[in-house]
Design a protein around this ligand. Structure first.
Ligand SMILES: *Cc1c(COP(=O)(O)O)cnc(C)c1O
Length: 370
Protein backbone atom coordinates (compact mmCIF):
# COMPACT_ATOMS: atom_id res chain seq x y z
CA UNK A 1 0.00 0.00 0.00
CA UNK A 2 1.29 3.44 -0.84
CA UNK A 3 0.71 6.07 1.78
CA UNK A 4 -1.81 8.81 1.02
CA UNK A 5 0.06 11.71 2.51
CA UNK A 6 -2.64 14.18 1.58
CA UNK A 7 -4.95 12.35 3.97
CA UNK A 8 -2.31 12.61 6.67
CA UNK A 9 -2.12 16.40 6.36
CA UNK A 10 -4.15 18.45 8.83
CA UNK A 11 -7.55 19.26 7.35
CA UNK A 12 -6.81 22.93 6.66
CA UNK A 13 -3.72 22.01 4.66
CA UNK A 14 -5.63 19.46 2.58
CA UNK A 15 -7.90 22.18 1.22
CA UNK A 16 -5.26 24.89 0.94
CA UNK A 17 -4.66 26.90 -2.22
CA UNK A 18 -1.07 28.19 -2.01
CA UNK A 19 -0.37 31.92 -2.31
CA UNK A 20 0.48 32.96 -5.86
CA UNK A 21 3.33 35.46 -5.85
CA UNK A 22 4.32 37.76 -8.71
CA UNK A 23 6.32 36.02 -11.41
CA UNK A 24 10.07 36.29 -10.76
CA UNK A 25 12.21 37.99 -13.43
CA UNK A 26 14.52 35.00 -13.99
CA UNK A 27 11.54 32.67 -14.46
CA UNK A 28 10.10 34.88 -17.22
CA UNK A 29 13.54 35.15 -18.83
CA UNK A 30 13.81 31.33 -18.93
CA UNK A 31 10.27 30.77 -20.21
CA UNK A 32 10.28 33.39 -22.97
CA UNK A 33 14.00 33.44 -23.80
CA UNK A 34 14.24 37.12 -22.79
CA UNK A 35 17.21 38.98 -21.30
CA UNK A 36 16.71 39.69 -17.61
CA UNK A 37 17.83 43.29 -18.18
CA UNK A 38 14.97 43.84 -20.64
CA UNK A 39 12.29 42.67 -18.22
CA UNK A 40 10.12 45.14 -16.33
CA UNK A 41 8.70 43.62 -13.15
CA UNK A 42 5.80 45.59 -11.72
CA UNK A 43 4.09 42.67 -10.01
CA UNK A 44 4.94 42.65 -6.30
CA UNK A 45 4.77 46.27 -5.12
CA UNK A 46 8.52 46.36 -4.63
CA UNK A 47 10.45 49.60 -4.27
CA UNK A 48 11.88 50.49 -7.69
CA UNK A 49 14.72 52.66 -6.29
CA UNK A 50 16.95 49.75 -5.29
CA UNK A 51 18.23 49.44 -1.72
CA UNK A 52 19.47 52.42 0.29
CA UNK A 53 23.29 52.76 0.25
CA UNK A 54 23.22 53.03 4.06
CA UNK A 55 21.56 49.64 4.20
CA UNK A 56 24.10 48.10 1.84
CA UNK A 57 26.95 49.43 3.99
CA UNK A 58 25.37 48.01 7.15
CA UNK A 59 24.96 44.59 5.53
CA UNK A 60 28.56 44.65 4.32
CA UNK A 61 29.74 45.38 7.83
CA UNK A 62 27.71 42.48 9.27
CA UNK A 63 28.99 39.83 6.83
CA UNK A 64 31.97 38.63 8.93
CA UNK A 65 29.50 37.60 11.67
CA UNK A 66 27.57 35.14 9.49
CA UNK A 67 28.70 32.12 11.50
CA UNK A 68 26.84 33.45 14.56
CA UNK A 69 23.16 33.02 15.22
CA UNK A 70 21.17 36.26 14.99
CA UNK A 71 20.12 38.13 18.12
CA UNK A 72 16.87 36.26 18.66
CA UNK A 73 15.49 39.15 20.69
CA UNK A 74 16.34 41.65 17.92
CA UNK A 75 17.44 44.16 20.56
CA UNK A 76 18.86 46.84 18.27
CA UNK A 77 16.06 46.78 15.73
CA UNK A 78 13.42 46.90 18.47
CA UNK A 79 15.30 49.79 20.05
CA UNK A 80 15.36 51.65 16.73
CA UNK A 81 11.65 51.01 16.12
CA UNK A 82 10.71 52.11 19.62
CA UNK A 83 12.81 55.28 19.39
CA UNK A 84 11.37 56.20 16.05
CA UNK A 85 7.73 55.51 16.78
CA UNK A 86 7.48 56.04 20.53
CA UNK A 87 6.71 52.44 21.44
CA UNK A 88 8.01 50.30 24.29
CA UNK A 89 10.27 47.49 23.09
CA UNK A 90 7.93 45.04 24.84
CA UNK A 91 5.13 46.06 22.46
CA UNK A 92 7.03 44.83 19.41
CA UNK A 93 7.06 41.43 17.70
CA UNK A 94 9.60 41.04 14.91
CA UNK A 95 8.64 39.04 11.86
CA UNK A 96 10.27 37.44 8.85
CA UNK A 97 8.31 39.93 6.81
CA UNK A 98 5.08 41.24 8.31
CA UNK A 99 3.47 38.09 6.87
CA UNK A 100 4.99 36.38 9.93
CA UNK A 101 2.92 38.62 12.22
CA UNK A 102 -0.27 37.65 10.38
CA UNK A 103 0.69 34.03 10.91
CA UNK A 104 1.53 34.48 14.60
CA UNK A 105 -1.78 36.15 15.41
CA UNK A 106 -3.70 33.19 13.97
CA UNK A 107 -1.49 30.60 15.59
CA UNK A 108 -1.61 32.36 18.95
CA UNK A 109 -5.32 33.18 19.05
CA UNK A 110 -7.40 31.15 16.57
CA UNK A 111 -8.53 27.59 17.29
CA UNK A 112 -9.78 25.07 14.72
CA UNK A 113 -13.46 25.72 14.03
CA UNK A 114 -13.24 29.40 14.95
CA UNK A 115 -13.09 32.18 12.39
CA UNK A 116 -11.45 35.36 11.21
CA UNK A 117 -13.27 38.20 9.46
CA UNK A 118 -11.86 40.16 6.54
CA UNK A 119 -13.04 41.98 3.43
CA UNK A 120 -13.68 40.76 -0.07
CA UNK A 121 -10.66 41.76 -2.24
CA UNK A 122 -8.37 41.83 0.83
CA UNK A 123 -4.85 40.40 0.97
CA UNK A 124 -4.93 36.65 0.22
CA UNK A 125 -2.55 35.65 3.01
CA UNK A 126 -5.19 36.16 5.73
CA UNK A 127 -7.43 33.43 4.39
CA UNK A 128 -4.50 31.09 3.79
CA UNK A 129 -3.25 31.39 7.35
CA UNK A 130 -6.71 30.97 8.82
CA UNK A 131 -7.19 27.84 6.71
CA UNK A 132 -3.90 26.36 7.94
CA UNK A 133 -5.00 26.64 11.58
CA UNK A 134 -8.34 25.01 10.70
CA UNK A 135 -10.36 28.23 10.99
CA UNK A 136 -12.91 29.76 8.64
CA UNK A 137 -12.34 33.01 6.80
CA UNK A 138 -15.48 35.16 6.63
CA UNK A 139 -15.07 37.49 3.66
CA UNK A 140 -17.42 40.45 3.89
CA UNK A 141 -18.56 41.92 0.54
CA UNK A 142 -16.74 45.16 -0.30
CA UNK A 143 -18.37 48.44 -1.33
CA UNK A 144 -16.80 49.86 -4.48
CA UNK A 145 -13.76 47.66 -3.84
CA UNK A 146 -13.26 49.16 -0.36
CA UNK A 147 -13.80 47.54 3.06
CA UNK A 148 -17.37 47.80 4.36
CA UNK A 149 -16.40 48.33 8.00
CA UNK A 150 -19.98 48.35 9.32
CA UNK A 151 -20.69 45.01 7.68
CA UNK A 152 -17.35 43.64 8.90
CA UNK A 153 -18.18 44.59 12.50
CA UNK A 154 -21.65 43.06 12.05
CA UNK A 155 -20.15 39.82 10.71
CA UNK A 156 -18.37 39.11 13.98
CA UNK A 157 -19.92 36.17 15.84
CA UNK A 158 -19.05 34.27 19.00
CA UNK A 159 -16.43 32.24 17.12
CA UNK A 160 -14.59 35.25 15.71
CA UNK A 161 -11.09 35.77 17.10
CA UNK A 162 -9.47 38.25 14.70
CA UNK A 163 -10.65 40.86 12.21
CA UNK A 164 -8.14 41.72 9.48
CA UNK A 165 -8.29 45.30 8.21
CA UNK A 166 -5.91 46.46 5.48
CA UNK A 167 -5.22 50.17 5.23
CA UNK A 168 -4.58 50.88 2.45
CA UNK A 169 -5.82 47.64 0.96
CA UNK A 170 -3.88 45.50 -1.48
CA UNK A 171 -4.73 44.95 -4.39
CA UNK A 172 -7.38 47.70 -4.57
CA UNK A 173 -5.42 50.68 -3.15
CA UNK A 174 -8.50 51.85 -1.23
CA UNK A 175 -8.12 53.35 2.24
CA UNK A 176 -9.97 54.07 5.48
CA UNK A 177 -10.02 57.51 7.12
CA UNK A 178 -9.41 58.11 10.79
CA UNK A 179 -13.02 58.66 11.81
CA UNK A 180 -14.22 55.52 10.11
CA UNK A 181 -11.45 53.46 11.64
CA UNK A 182 -12.16 54.74 15.15
CA UNK A 183 -15.90 54.18 14.78
CA UNK A 184 -15.12 50.65 13.68
CA UNK A 185 -12.71 49.95 16.55
CA UNK A 186 -15.29 51.23 19.02
CA UNK A 187 -17.72 48.57 17.81
CA UNK A 188 -15.36 45.61 18.13
CA UNK A 189 -15.78 43.47 21.27
CA UNK A 190 -12.77 43.71 23.59
CA UNK A 191 -12.14 39.97 23.23
CA UNK A 192 -11.80 40.11 19.43
CA UNK A 193 -8.41 41.17 18.07
CA UNK A 194 -8.07 43.61 15.19
CA UNK A 195 -5.07 43.15 12.92
CA UNK A 196 -4.52 46.45 11.14
CA UNK A 197 -2.21 45.74 8.21
CA UNK A 198 -0.32 48.92 7.33
CA UNK A 199 2.11 47.49 4.77
CA UNK A 200 1.78 50.65 2.62
CA UNK A 201 1.50 53.15 5.47
CA UNK A 202 4.41 55.35 4.35
CA UNK A 203 2.96 56.01 0.91
CA UNK A 204 -0.32 57.52 2.03
CA UNK A 205 -0.32 61.32 1.89
CA UNK A 206 -3.94 62.10 2.83
CA UNK A 207 -4.30 64.26 5.94
CA UNK A 208 -7.02 62.16 7.58
CA UNK A 209 -5.27 58.85 7.01
CA UNK A 210 -4.88 57.31 10.49
CA UNK A 211 -1.61 56.20 12.08
CA UNK A 212 -2.47 52.85 13.64
CA UNK A 213 0.34 53.10 16.19
CA UNK A 214 -1.28 56.19 17.72
CA UNK A 215 -4.43 54.14 18.42
CA UNK A 216 -2.67 51.38 20.39
CA UNK A 217 -3.04 53.01 23.84
CA UNK A 218 -6.83 53.25 23.43
CA UNK A 219 -7.36 49.77 21.95
CA UNK A 220 -5.60 46.90 23.75
CA UNK A 221 -7.06 44.44 21.20
CA UNK A 222 -5.34 46.21 18.28
CA UNK A 223 -2.26 44.81 16.52
CA UNK A 224 -0.61 46.96 13.85
CA UNK A 225 1.53 45.18 11.25
CA UNK A 226 4.23 47.13 9.38
CA UNK A 227 6.87 45.98 6.93
CA UNK A 228 10.28 46.92 5.59
CA UNK A 229 9.40 45.28 2.24
CA UNK A 230 7.75 48.24 0.55
CA UNK A 231 8.73 51.90 1.17
CA UNK A 232 11.93 50.82 2.98
CA UNK A 233 12.95 48.79 -0.07
CA UNK A 234 13.89 45.54 1.71
CA UNK A 235 11.53 42.92 0.26
CA UNK A 236 14.33 40.39 -0.18
CA UNK A 237 15.45 40.66 3.44
CA UNK A 238 12.09 39.53 4.87
CA UNK A 239 11.53 41.74 7.87
CA UNK A 240 8.51 43.42 9.41
CA UNK A 241 6.96 43.84 12.83
CA UNK A 242 3.81 43.88 14.87
CA UNK A 243 3.04 46.57 17.43
CA UNK A 244 0.45 45.87 20.10
CA UNK A 245 -0.20 45.93 23.81
CA UNK A 246 2.61 44.36 25.84
CA UNK A 247 0.34 41.48 26.81
CA UNK A 248 -0.55 40.59 23.22
CA UNK A 249 3.07 41.00 22.09
CA UNK A 250 4.14 38.53 24.77
CA UNK A 251 1.74 35.94 23.32
CA UNK A 252 2.77 36.62 19.72
CA UNK A 253 6.40 36.21 20.73
CA UNK A 254 5.64 32.79 22.22
CA UNK A 255 4.77 31.39 18.78
CA UNK A 256 7.60 33.25 17.03
CA UNK A 257 10.43 30.90 15.98
CA UNK A 258 13.54 31.91 17.96
CA UNK A 259 15.65 33.17 15.03
CA UNK A 260 12.91 34.14 12.59
CA UNK A 261 14.66 37.35 11.50
CA UNK A 262 18.18 36.78 10.21
CA UNK A 263 21.18 38.91 11.13
CA UNK A 264 21.45 40.73 7.80
CA UNK A 265 17.75 41.57 7.88
CA UNK A 266 18.11 42.91 11.43
CA UNK A 267 20.97 45.25 10.52
CA UNK A 268 19.38 46.23 7.21
CA UNK A 269 16.08 47.18 8.85
CA UNK A 270 17.85 49.05 11.64
CA UNK A 271 19.91 51.04 9.13
CA UNK A 272 16.86 51.75 6.96
CA UNK A 273 15.12 53.44 9.88
CA UNK A 274 17.88 56.06 9.96
CA UNK A 275 17.61 56.81 6.24
CA UNK A 276 14.57 59.09 6.10
CA UNK A 277 15.83 60.56 2.83
CA UNK A 278 15.43 57.20 1.12
CA UNK A 279 11.83 56.82 2.27
CA UNK A 280 11.07 60.43 1.26
CA UNK A 281 12.52 59.82 -2.21
CA UNK A 282 10.50 56.62 -2.50
CA UNK A 283 7.30 58.47 -1.67
CA UNK A 284 8.06 61.33 -4.06
CA UNK A 285 8.95 58.97 -6.92
CA UNK A 286 5.82 56.99 -6.23
CA UNK A 287 3.58 60.06 -6.44
CA UNK A 288 5.11 61.01 -9.76
CA UNK A 289 4.76 57.46 -11.06
CA UNK A 290 1.15 57.30 -9.94
CA UNK A 291 0.40 60.48 -11.89
CA UNK A 292 2.20 59.08 -14.92
CA UNK A 293 0.13 55.89 -14.88
CA UNK A 294 -3.17 57.66 -14.18
CA UNK A 295 -2.53 60.00 -17.09
CA UNK A 296 -1.81 57.05 -19.36
CA UNK A 297 -4.93 55.17 -18.23
CA UNK A 298 -7.03 58.28 -18.86
CA UNK A 299 -5.48 58.63 -22.29
CA UNK A 300 -6.19 54.98 -23.09
CA UNK A 301 -9.72 55.21 -21.66
CA UNK A 302 -8.93 52.56 -19.10
CA UNK A 303 -10.89 52.47 -15.85
CA UNK A 304 -8.81 52.22 -12.68
CA UNK A 305 -9.40 52.23 -8.96
CA UNK A 306 -7.89 55.39 -7.44
CA UNK A 307 -5.06 54.19 -5.17
CA UNK A 308 -3.08 55.77 -2.33
CA UNK A 309 -0.45 53.02 -2.31
CA UNK A 310 2.40 52.05 -4.68
CA UNK A 311 0.26 50.08 -7.11
CA UNK A 312 -2.93 50.54 -9.05
CA UNK A 313 -5.62 48.12 -10.23
CA UNK A 314 -6.95 48.79 -13.72
CA UNK A 315 -9.79 47.26 -15.69
CA UNK A 316 -9.27 45.53 -19.00
CA UNK A 317 -11.87 46.81 -21.47
CA UNK A 318 -14.08 44.03 -22.82
CA UNK A 319 -14.06 42.03 -25.01
CA UNK A 320 -10.39 41.58 -24.05
CA UNK A 321 -9.66 39.24 -21.16
CA UNK A 322 -7.35 40.26 -18.33
CA UNK A 323 -5.65 36.85 -18.38
CA UNK A 324 -4.80 37.28 -22.08
CA UNK A 325 -3.55 40.82 -21.66
CA UNK A 326 -1.39 39.58 -18.80
CA UNK A 327 0.10 36.89 -21.06
CA UNK A 328 0.70 39.31 -23.91
CA UNK A 329 2.42 41.74 -21.57
CA UNK A 330 4.63 38.86 -20.37
CA UNK A 331 5.63 38.12 -23.95
CA UNK A 332 6.77 41.76 -24.16
CA UNK A 333 8.79 41.37 -20.99
CA UNK A 334 6.41 43.22 -18.68
CA UNK A 335 5.22 41.43 -15.53
CA UNK A 336 2.07 42.73 -13.84
CA UNK A 337 -0.26 40.88 -11.48
CA UNK A 338 -3.48 39.07 -12.37
CA UNK A 339 -5.95 39.42 -9.48
CA UNK A 340 -8.68 36.98 -10.49
CA UNK A 341 -7.90 35.22 -7.20
CA UNK A 342 -9.09 38.39 -5.45
CA UNK A 343 -12.47 38.18 -7.19
CA UNK A 344 -11.33 40.81 -9.69
CA UNK A 345 -11.11 38.76 -12.90
CA UNK A 346 -11.38 41.80 -15.20
CA UNK A 347 -8.55 43.68 -13.50
CA UNK A 348 -4.78 43.63 -13.48
CA UNK A 349 -2.63 45.26 -10.80
CA UNK A 350 0.50 47.17 -11.74
CA UNK A 351 3.10 48.36 -9.22
CA UNK A 352 4.50 51.87 -9.62
CA UNK A 353 8.04 51.59 -11.02
CA UNK A 354 10.66 54.11 -12.08
CA UNK A 355 9.56 56.62 -14.72
CA UNK A 356 11.30 54.49 -17.33
CA UNK A 357 9.69 51.24 -16.18
CA UNK A 358 6.28 52.90 -16.11
CA UNK A 359 6.84 54.15 -19.63
CA UNK A 360 7.84 50.66 -20.79
CA UNK A 361 4.67 49.26 -19.25
CA UNK A 362 2.49 51.97 -20.83
CA UNK A 363 3.99 51.33 -24.29
CA UNK A 364 3.55 47.58 -23.98
CA UNK A 365 -0.04 47.96 -22.76
CA UNK A 366 -0.83 50.40 -25.58
CA UNK A 367 0.43 47.86 -28.12
CA UNK A 368 -1.49 44.99 -26.54
CA UNK A 369 -4.75 46.97 -26.49
CA UNK A 370 -4.35 48.30 -30.04
C1 LIG B 1 3.36 43.31 0.98
C2 LIG B 1 2.30 43.15 1.99
C3 LIG B 1 2.60 42.74 3.29
C4 LIG B 1 3.98 42.52 3.79
O1 LIG B 1 4.67 41.51 3.26
P1 LIG B 1 6.06 41.12 3.89
O2 LIG B 1 7.00 41.18 2.75
O3 LIG B 1 5.84 39.74 4.43
O4 LIG B 1 6.39 42.07 4.97
C5 LIG B 1 1.58 42.64 4.22
N1 LIG B 1 0.32 42.95 3.88
C6 LIG B 1 0.01 43.37 2.67
C7 LIG B 1 -1.40 43.74 2.38
C8 LIG B 1 0.97 43.46 1.67
O5 LIG B 1 0.63 43.84 0.46
Amino acid sequence: MTTNFKQLAVSGVQSLQPYQPGKPIDELAREFGLNEEDIIKLASNENPLGPSPKVLAAIQEALPELTRYPDGAGFELKQAISNKFGLQKEQITLGNGSSDILDFICRAFVNPGENIVTSQHAFAIYGIIATIVGAHCIKVPAINYAHDLDAMAAAINDKTRVVFVTNPNNPTGTWINKNDLINFLDKIPANVLVLLDEAYFEYVQNADYPDGLSLLPAYPNLVVARTFSKAYGLAAMRVGYGASSVEVADLLNRVRPPFNVNSLALVAATASLSDDGYVQRSIAENSKGMQQLEAAFNELNIEYIPSVANFIAFKIPSPLKAAEVFQQLLAKGVIVRPIAGYEMPDYLRVSIGTAQENQGFIEALTQVLA
